[in-house]
Design a protein around this ligand. Structure first.
Ligand SMILES: NC(=O)c1ccc[n+]([C@@H]2O[C@H](COP(=O)([O-])OP(=O)(O)OC[C@H]3O[C@@H](n4cnc5c(N)ncnc54)[C@H](O)[C@@H]3O)[C@@H](O)[C@H]2O)c1
Ligand SMILES: [Zn+2]
Ligand SMILES: [Zn+2]
Length: 370
């Protein structure tokens, strides 16, 4: 069938919105008509080359849509079902899935190549090339064929533009606080970078019962929005956050700090680690350029103050547990999703959406399909 999609042909180029050919789903695959796709910073990392990926690629890994067709070995979905994408597939069978770490599923090995799990052959083609889908999702497209393992069924009464955010940003940010930082009631938590992911780390910290939540961001709009999501204090950078946290805790410092800046830079780790107390935790959720291997960090402080640095992928929980759970929190009113969408765009306006992200104008921009 024919579809339209936002493709990336070369590093640092704009997304090119064009007609593509899409194959029928294989037996374990599903054809989805997209409703909405969030403009996460991770797709920008592909454009800049921070995340190495096969090109040409179709972007988008944070999305929601409606199932149109299923392959004959698909058991969990049928046409008409509403779904959100899981940017890490979970097979339910590998050591990591059954051991309680499904975000580390062995199917993750296909993410960078974009080679479909079923048989490695691209389902989307344009200009005579196979197109690799970002995170095996590639939801910057009117339609996409995905493996069943990349989809999570959701309740049909949920608004799909809001549900799309839970496909990556909300689950990643919320889980970074709840699962990876293991925030407890009364904790002091610092979130460094409060865009699409960090805003939800603030919400996760709030829902876990944090006493004080300090949102750090150079952009005033982000700091203001963070307050409406649960931040009790704000600071424009980690150094001013240090003075604040030092004063408010009488020198004890924060229990946890979560790095959710647009790009993870090695020189941010040391000052962020200095924000946490003895035995405190630093969570690194932001993605660094693949080739970056240097960090600026006091190993003395790490050892003698018994501090901990933890990476966090997709919030460190389980997409099949957390996505429906977070959507039920939204329904009952404890999780804010409406407030996260600053602006919506058509697929043709996707470059404008990313320009707005780079300019710090959006908490989250969302592409809404007709
Ligand atoms: N680990 C995962 O599973 C996962 C999943 C999704 C996204 N990510 C990554 O998380 C990061 C954040 O993504 P996003 O979509 O929220 O990006 P975003 O661009 O919406 O937000 C980033 C925020 O960081 C702020 N910022 C930049 N430099 C800063 C600094 N030095 N100090 C404080 N704030 C700073 C920006 O002003 C912005 O508000 C990206 O690196 C993204 O790739 C990781
Ligand atoms: Zn994302
Ligand atoms: Zn698995």
């Amino acid at each position: 069938m024919e579809a339209r999609a936002a493709l990336l042909w070369g590093l640092d180029e704009d997304w090119s919105v064009e007609e593509v050919d899409l194959d029928e789903p294989e037996p374990t695959e599903v054809l989805v008509r997209m409703s909405a796709a969030g403009l996460c910073h991770s797709d920008e990392h592909i454009r800049t080359g921070d995340i190495p990926m096969m090109l040409p690629a179709v972007g988008g890994h944070e999305g929601a849509g409606v199932v149109e067709k299923v392959g004959d070995r698909v058991t969990s979905l049928e046409p008409g079902d509403h779904v959100v994408m899981s940017f890490i597939p979970s097979c339910g069978r590998c050591r990591w899935c059954v051991g309680g770490n499904p975000t580390l599923c062995d199917l993750g090995q296909y993410l960078m190549t974009g080679a479909p799990i079923a048989n490695g052959v691209p389902r989307m083609r344009a200009r005579g090339h196979g197109i690799a889908p970002m995170s095996l999702v590639g939801c910057f497209a009117t339609h996409q064929v995905l493996h069943e393992a990349s989809l999570v069924k959701i309740e049909p009464d949920l608004p799909l533009d809001k549900a799309a955010l839970v496909s990556c940003g909300v689950t990643t940010g919320w889980g970074s606080a709840v699962h990876t930082a293991r925030v407890k009631p009364g904790d002091v938590v610092v979130v460094v970078g409060v865009g699409g992911i960090g805003s939800n780390a603030v919400q996760g910290a709030r829902m876990a019962g944090a006493g004080w939540i300090v949102a750090v961001d150079p952009v005033e709009l982000k700091r203001e929005q963070a307050k409406s999501l649960g931040a009790t204090h704000t600071a424009p950078d980690v150094f001013q956050a240090f003075s604040l946290v030092n004063d408010m805790t009488y020198g004890q410092l924060a229990d946890a700090a979560i790095i959710t800046t647009g790009v993870a830079h090695g020189d941010l780790l040391g000052p962020t680690m200095s924000l946490v107390r003895k035995g405190g935790t630093v969570v690194v959720t932001a993605i660094a350029p693949f080739s970056q291997s240097q960090v600026n960090l006091s190993l003395f402080e790490l050892t003698l103050w018994h501090k901990e640095i933890r990476g966090s992928l997709f919030g460190g929980g389980s997409p099949r547990v957390d996505i429906p759970k977070l959507l039920s929190f939204y329904k009952e009113g404890s999780l804010q999703l409406d407030e996260l969408i600053t602006k919506t765009y058509s697929l043709d306006e996707i470059n404008e959406g990313y320009e707005d992200m780079r300019d710090g104008k959006n908490i989250r921009g969302v592409v809404v399909f007709d």
